[in-house]
Design a binder for this molecule. Structure first.
Ligand code: FMN
Length: 321
């Protein structure tokens, strides 16, 4: 039996349209995490945030919104808005490594001080009316920070603790610290979800075997490259060129119906760069996708990719793009 799979939130990529089209084409995803909303002093959701979290934009799939803040009152305000929309779970972002975010003490900035994190979580959990899960890194500068952070997390009824076992300073570089994840499993009774570098069904099965207490897997970049990854891991058929093309074309149509060409081009270039990983030796069309300055140039580059290149026998994310 495979573990449940969660689609990681990816700001700028896995928006409501992406999630809906993915769900229409591929199975295997138990929950889709929505990229963060970031409440500010004014306590309003921006039109863009509303487009992403509105229940109408997420019908038919199980979506979990995410909040990025260091202010418990702001978190609770956002959680209430989301509860009013019908959501039963909200996720706290304690992992975003971006400098502009951490400089404000948000995202992975929450990990700079275990005592500040404790105070913040105390405020969150004393008022939260719905399940709160947390997506965390293992420290700001060093993996050694995680013991103290885990002690803090253990004091709260966190619905699920999703661990990306890298520090903020590592961003996505190097290898994930699976030893730190293993040690966390041995030390906590919290429900743990593993996230990080799972790019093939075999890699998912490895985690399942190595860390049997794991409740679920969260997949990010692996799903952007091979959108059938969760389905294949769950025992479904591997990705085919036809399935990938149908997904791509529907996504393109859905973006075209919603956005002006300039926005569509930006979105689709990102999509195509990711799926190009699934093709053998596809540097040439990939370069053409990068350079495409118009939808016509984009369509041409993508046609070349699908028509002239072989799908890799093990289609998966590749870092060197
Ligand atoms: C472009 C991009 C945007 C991301 N946006 C978010 C986000 O909004 N919230 C969040 O918690 N993580 C975000 N992440 C991190 C991913 O959710 C995930 O933790 C990370 O990619 C590691 O998982 P993976 O190795 O399976 O890709 C983002 C990552 C990328 C590459």
């Amino acid at each position: 039996m495979s573990l449940p799979v969660y689609f990681a939130p990816m700001e700028g990529v896995t928006d409501a349209i992406y999630r809906r089209v993915h769900h229409a084409h591929f199975g295997g995803v138990e929950k889709y995490f929505i990229p963060f909303i970031s409440p500010t002093q004014n306590l309003v959701l921006t039109p863009r945030e509303l487009r992403n979290v509105s229940p109408e934009a997420n019908t038919g799939l199980r979506a979990v919104p995410q909040v990025l803040t260091k202010n418990a009152a702001h978190f609770l305000w956002a959680a209430q808005q989301l509860a009013d929309m019908g959501y039963e779970e909200v996720n706290l972002n304690a992992g975003c490594p971006s400098g502009t975010v951490t400089a404000k003490g948000k995202g992975a900035g929450l990990l700079l001080s275990a005592s500040d994190l404790d105070r913040f979580l105390d405020g969150v959990f004393s008022g939260a009316q719905l399940r709160v899960s947390v997506k965390t890194r293992i420290g700001f500068s060093s993996p050694a920070e995680f013991d103290a952070l885990l002690d803090v997390y253990a004091r709260y009824p966190i619905h699920e603790l999703i661990i990306h076992p890298r520090t903020r300073e590592e961003y996505y570089a190097g290898t994930a610290h699976r030893d730190v994840y293993a040690a966390a499993q041995a030390r906590t009774s919290l429900c743990l979800v593993y996230n990080g570098d799972l790019f093939t069904a075999e890699a998912c099965r490895d985690i399942e075997r190595a860390y049997p207490q794991t409740a679920a897997l969260m997949l990010g970049r692996g799903m952007l490259a091979n959108p059938a990854l969760a389905e294949t891991y769950a025992g479904g058929a591997p990705l085919t060129r036809e399935a990938l093309r149908a997904f791509h074309d529907d996504l393109l149509r859905a973006y075209e119906a919603a956005y002006p060409p300039r926005v569509v081009l930006g979105r689709m270039r990102e999509v195509a760069k990711n799926i190009a990983c699934c093709f053998e030796e596809a540097q040439k069309p990939l370069k053409a996708v990068h350079k495409a300055g118009s939808m016509a140039a984009y369509a041409d580059a993508v046609s070349r990719l699908f028509d002239d290149y072989e799908l890799s026998p093990a289609p998966c994310f590749c870092a060197q793009r």
